[in-house]
Design a protein around this ligand. Structure first.
Ligand SMILES: [Cu+2]
Length: 144
């Protein structure tokens, strides 16, 4: 008797006292309407402030859109990404980016690119027969 009563008390305290609950709708989109849902209706690279960029990215079998991203040296880049079909991954090891791209969920991750160079990224969640071809790169160009 004490155990279920104690568990019910713990549940009530966490739900109403600590306001713990299920996640809300933030970061969710309709996975069947990705191409019509802002910002994913316009994937691309956008300068939002001097030296700060947002990359709106859609993953789908078997391509990232965009898959070549060019930014100047020293940029801070926020990737806002989702999947339009199955589960994909976005792995950009040189910038410590490692996220899963789930249909219906928006992933957001920020990376810095202090040095010029080419930084490859790949899908690292098996997503079908051509998974191994799903890749791209960030090209960081020197400031002149
Ligand atoms: Cu994949």
């Amino acid at each position: 008797m004490a155990i279920p009563v104690g568990m019910l008390a713990a549940l009530l305290v966490t739900a109403f006292g600590a306001h713990l609950g299920l996640p809300g709708d933030a970061g969710r989109i309709d996975p069947t309407q990705v191409a019509q849902t802002p910002p994913f209706d316009r994937p691309g690279v956008f300068e939002v402030a001097p030296g700060r960029y947002e990359v709106v990215m859609v993953a789908g079998i078997w391509v990232f859109t965009p898959n070549v991203i060019t930014v100047p040296e020293g940029s801070e880049v926020t990737f806002i990404a989702t999947s339009r079909d199955v589960i994909h991954g976005f792995f950009l090891p040189h910038a410590d980016v490692n996220v899963m791209l789930l249909p219906g969920r928006v992933a957001r991750v920020t990376a810095r690119f202090p040095k010029a160079g080419e930084y490859p990224f790949v899908c690292h969640e098996y997503c079908g027969i051509a998974h191994h071809t799903m890749a791209g790169k960030v090209i960081v160009v020197p400031r002149s």
